[in-house]
Design a binder for this molecule. Sequence first.
Ligand code: ADP
Length: 353
Amino acid sequence: MASLKLQHLEKIYPNGVQAVYDFNIDIEDGELIVLVGPSGCGKSTTLRMVAGLEDISSGKLIIDDRDITAMPPKDRDIAMVFQNYALYAHMTVYENMAFSLVLRKENKNVIHQKVLAAAEILGLTDQLNKKPSQLSGGQRQRVAMGRAIVRTPKVFLFDEPLSNLDAKLRGATRREILLLHKRLKATMLYVTHDQTEALTLADRIVCMSMGHVQQIGTPLELYDTPANLFVASFIGLPPMNFFEGTVRNGHFVSDDFEFALDEEHKKLLSGYEGKALTLGVRPENVVRAEEGIRLVVGLNENLGQTTLVHGTVGKARITAKFREWCDYREGDEVNVAFNRVHFFDKETTNAIR
Ligand code: ADP
């Protein structure tokens, strides 16, 4: 296994589209990094540059201490798992897993041992003689992972590996990848548009938007201290609620409600009197209170242990996540308080720290 450094990596496609701007990260040996962001933000381009499938416009790629920027893909010692599995339909599971080693002209016994070991790890021992068409989607994805494992690469790359699976299998396969990572202690770079996958899998998340890295940090850092409005709205489900307003006399004042600031926030926002701000509050931080902000219920969604209450505060929309089963009806009024809030500069969209 290995460390991987991306230094000032940029990609401009021949048609002039700049897909990636100044991407920098030092990935430690054994780290699982998840690259997350909406479609078109440059995740796959970044991954493909690391794999060597896309030319690098500028910047450097370093594995351990070796510059691999200009190295052809086959020499990089990197294995990629694709979302469409990319299995050979006419080959058995065994042959699919063995294929890259056969190409490398490895010793037959060594190949056999490696395929059996990978099949064991992935629970595919009974499936080795089947063709991909005889397997479920989840099993096919495991074969695709097996093909990567047998190569014992320095770095594993995953390109949206779960997106072709149904919701239930996605959860199960996600947990398998997490176990696999713990077992192999491998350096992994994983691309997804799904914030749940990012939060559950990553040692560190890289959140991207429009070709730019927005924030790099642990799942908790991104969830708890998002660097800007983009990260705050992208990470977390249901998403954070936002309200525009300003600070006046120790209060956050919007068209829809007033919110008394505590001492800490007064200090934080001391330079912002009268300036345009955005207040963010996560649904689980909207709590029921004796008195406070009046939420008018639009829709009550029971999820079992929790209830999502969608409604309005003044004219602004809000979603609250209460920890109990609730049975509100449309038009009911609930008093709520915000027990943890985030502030963003409306102009720069950066979090105010
Ligand atoms: P993501 O993986 O986050 O969905 P991509 O890396 O695929 O995003 O794409 C990033 C941007 O680069 C998009 O604007 C996309 O249209 C553009 N792009 C991707 N591939 C090419 C290409 N081969 N030629 C030109 N533009 C491309």
